[in-house]
Design a protein around this ligand. Structure first.
Ligand code: ZN
Length: 130
């Protein structure tokens, strides 16, 4: 019996689904460092009750899609496991994806300035809380 076109089409579909089930790469040294620093930074922000975007530029999504924006690109963080690298990993602001992208467009140096300005505002919060 000749197989119908519809049946063949379903088989193709199944193959496609199976391909998508490839597992993710296991987490390595870099991933673990990232998780650890992220946990610490999140706790610090919670202590200052920062749970929304810190930049509030045009098109800000406020508390959706928050992530950390760093003053340096990951490849310029400094030598692995050095004190410099640790500092650079922590120098960051909590931004929504839109503000993050807007700052990213300014270029690396200007972005770093903006993020340092945002971090300076946190110091005011700290003194208010104390
Ligand atoms: Zn924002």
């Amino acid at each position: 019996m000749k197989r119908s076109y519809i049946k063949r089409k379903q088989e193709l579909k199944r193959v496609h689904i199976r391909r998508q089930r490839k597992s993710l790469n296991p987490i390595g040294k870099r991933g673990r460092e990232n998780q650890k620093v992220c946990r610490e930074k999140k706790q610090e922000l919670l202590n200052l009750s920062i749970v929304t975007c810190e930049a509030r530029l045009d098109g800000c999504t406020y508390d959706n899609y928050l992530s950390f924006a760093h003053t340096r690109k990951r490849r310029h963080m400094g030598k692995w496991e050095s004190a410099e690298r640790e500092l650079n990993m922590k120098e960051s602001a909590c931004l929504c994806w839109n503000c993050h992208w807007n700052l990213e467009k300014l270029g690396e140096e200007k972005m770093a300035e903006e993020i340092r300005a945002i971090m300076a505002r946190r110091d005011d919060l700290r003194t208010e809380a104390a």
